[in-house]
Design a protein around this ligand. Structure first.
Ligand code: NAI
Length: 326
């Protein structure tokens, strides 16, 4: 019997994984919160399933004695040291397709909530009950006809574009790595980042976190956006410079932000953006933060677990993996 370790997030019993791996492997949930919690626990594992609550840095990967596969139970794999895994000859896979609809729904939901002023109005009316009319919410620009700029027209970016087109928005995208022609399939013209930032009324981020995208939306990018523009980030926190975003929101240099991901999670309470979000301001700042839940629905979690376990099973049986990323 092989030994599969689920490093974090999953509370035992791992019924789905045990069902998918029955007769092939025993499954152990390690419930680690820090990479150090894994030391002396993963050395003998034949496969690891890693969720999003910890990272797998080089010192942990160096201790794996006969691991045949690391599966990231999710899309983003920036928490796994791919170079270290490659040096040890361990393939890394992800589950790229489980939550496309959920994240696109979340991005569009944040955009609507920011545009319609739902959260800032609720916050202020709970305190005062007045004015109980449009004065509480103005200005509300009409969304139809506005431009949504998508940074990263991959699976989630394209699903977000389709939703926005149904709202009769114009959609643009910036994606230097898109397979040529897909912009025609999605009916979304490609532009460079500067044009996207200058022309968009809403900017939504859907790239992976890479050396190139870390800090991509910083002070310079924010200064190119319209003062009336909204920023939505459901991708990874470190793509946005959150200090620069807090300053831009405070100074009215952009009109709002919807953020599902932060550079440190759970958030560091001293972060300027978190402090701004928690401040009892009057009027409230148009800032919505959700706790990295864009991916979440019960069906999405079940799908990740089934697909991650099946990827492990394939490799343990000697078959090639489906979604190798490293
Ligand atoms: P995907 O791989 O299908 O699409 C990413 C797109 O970004 C690709 O088309 C790629 O060419 C593009 N890209 C890469 N570098 C770029 C750059 N420098 N500038 C512009 N575009 C660039 O990935 P998918 O499934 O759409 O997911 C996107 C990201 O969303 C993931 O990497 C993950 O970090 C994040 N995510 C967040 C979730 C949440 O719960 N908040 C859940 C799932 C994913």
């Amino acid at each position: 019997m092989f030994h599969v370790a689920v490093t974090d997030y999953l509370q035992p019993p791992a019924t789905i994984e045990e069902r998918e791996l029955a007769g092939l492997a025993r499954v152990e949930c390690l419930l680690a919160h820090r990479a150090e919690d894994l030391l002396d626990k993963v050395e003998g594992a034949d496969a690891l399933i890693v969720f999003h609550e910890i990272s797998l840095p080089r010192p942990v990967i160096a201790r794996l004695r006969h691991c045949r596969i690391i599966v990231r139970g999710g899309v983003g794999y920036d928490n796994v040291d791919l170079a270290a895994a490659r040096e040890r000859g361990i393939p890394v896979c992800n589950v790229p397709d489980y939550g496309v609809d959920e994240v696109a729904d979340h991005a569009v939901g944040l955009m609507l909530a920011l545009n319609r002023g739902w959260v800032r109005v609720e916050r202020s009316l709970r305190r005062s009950l007045t004015p109980w009319d449009k004065r509480a919410v103005e200005p509300v620009p009409r969304l139809a006809g506005q431009t949504l700029g998508i940074i990263g027209l991959g699976r989630i970016g394209a699903a977000t574009a389709r939703r926005a087109q149904a709202f009769r928005m114009k959609v643009l995208a910036c994606d230097p790595y898109l397979r040529p022609g897909l912009e025609k399939v999605f009916d979304v013209p490609l532009v460079d980042l500067d044009t996207l930032l200058r022309e968009s009324d809403v900017v939504s981020i859907h790239t992976p976190l890479t050396d190139e995208t870390r800090g991509l939306v910083g002070a310079a990018a924010l200064s190119r956006m319209k003062p009336s523009a909204l920023l939505v980030n459901t991708a990874r926190g470190a793509i946005v410079d959150t200090d620069a975003l807090a300053a831009a929101l405070q100074q009215g240099r952009i009109a709002g932000a919807g953020i599902d991901v932060l550079p440190t999670e759970p958030p560091d309470p001293s972060q300027a953006l978190v402090q701004l979000w928690r401040a009892e301001l009057n009027p409230p700042v148009n800032l919505i933060i959700t706790p990295h839940t864009a991916f979440y629905s019960e069906a999405a979690v079940e799908e990740i677990r089934v697909k991650a376990a099946r990827e492990v099973a394939r490799v343990l049986r000697g078959e090639p993996p489906k979604n190798r990323v490293g």
